[in-house]
Design a protein around this ligand. Sequence first.
Ligand code: ADP
Length: 192
Amino acid sequence: MMRLLLIGPPGAGKGTQASKLSEVFGIPAISTGDIFRENVKNQTPLGLEAKSFMDSGAYVPDSLTNKLVRDRLKNPDCANGFLLDGYPRTADQVDELDSILKETNGSLEAVIQLTADSDEVVKRLARRAIEQGRSDDTEDVIRNRMAVYEKQTAPLITMYAARGSLIMVDGLGEIDEVTSRIKEALNAKNQS
Ligand code: ADP
């Protein structure tokens, strides 16, 4: 069983590592950001509600996000575990995830914090803006997303560290190098 969270600032490379780890462990990588973007693209009711928040770099309200994750985790493909990328991001989302886990008698194997300094993050996001044309990768919105992350999500790291769940991994370097670091850190944690 492998239930993992991936936490880190915008641009730390969570999405890239999530798909790598999904392959390594044979578990689905669930990105709330991807799910929201897919809904925006298809103009679903959820997408229409989420769009204005996303475009300004704000978080989508917890009520919407929590419901989405609760439903997604019921999917049979989560039977052997899952990797949540970009959830939880608020204290309220942590509470929701705690209660979902409690209802299924499950617990997290680890919370992976992917670190990256802000200069590098801004550089990566600027590159991605050109490559992918994401509507929230403009300079103003990037700055807002980073501020929202510092205020609402960074404190969760302290909390997971206090619970003994946290592993911290440097997100700078080659993609495969970072994946290896994560695998090693998980092994080390399992043995401790
Ligand atoms: P990044 O990590 O680069 O900010 P994501 O793709 O994870 O990118 O998220 C993009 C946007 O989707 C966020 O700025 C936010 O509006 C919304 N979003 C994603 N995950 C959550 C979440 N857990 N809670 C609230 N909003 C979220």
